[in-house]
Design a protein around this ligand. Structure first.
Ligand SMILES: [Cu+2]
Length: 146
């Protein structure tokens, strides 16, 4: 009995110390849009990590972006220099108006209900492949799934 309890506890600790990505979503493309953005919840593992790159077959290339306010007070997007820090144990939400994975040069418009693969490259955890779900163009969060 105690042996089984130990195995259960150990596997729970291991699972908690692994970097994990949940709720990956994107908005459906508006007509003529050649770029898109992916949002997700990234849970840091046992040690500090960095999201350094991303790739997907749906676009020419991907960049890790952040939103910043420029001198005129306007929100601008720019690539996160040196990658996005994922501190150990953190829960970092990529969301509209904040951090996101920019999909540049979409080969096809993204359609509601579509799923597509995305690979995130972490400095420590290595490549992580995930499935992104495409939600409505007006979606503000994962909770706006139909
Ligand atoms: Cu962007």
């Amino acid at each position: 009995m105690s042996r089984w309890l130990c195995i259960l506890c150990c596997s729970a600790v291991l699972a908690a110390s692994e970097l994990a990505i949940e709720r990956a979503w994107a908005r459906a493309s508006l007509p003529g849009a050649e770029a898109g953005a992916v949002y997700a919840l990234i849970r840091g593992g046992a040690r500090d990590d960095r999201l350094v790159a991303a790739s997907s077959p749906v676009c020419a290339h991907c960049e890790v972006h952040e939103h910043v306010r420029d001198q005129r007070g306007l929100m601008q997007m720019r690539e996160v220099a040196g990658g996005l820090a994922i501190p150990a144990g953190a829960a970092l939400e990529l969301q509209p108006g904040g951090y996101h994975i920019m999909l540049i040069g979409l080969h096809q418009p993204l359609r509601v209900g579509q799923r597509f693969p995305l690979t995130l490259q972490f400095a420590q955890a290595g490549p992580r492949e995930l499935t992104v779900e495409v939600l409505a163009p007006w979606a503000m969060s994962w909770d706006d799934r139909e």
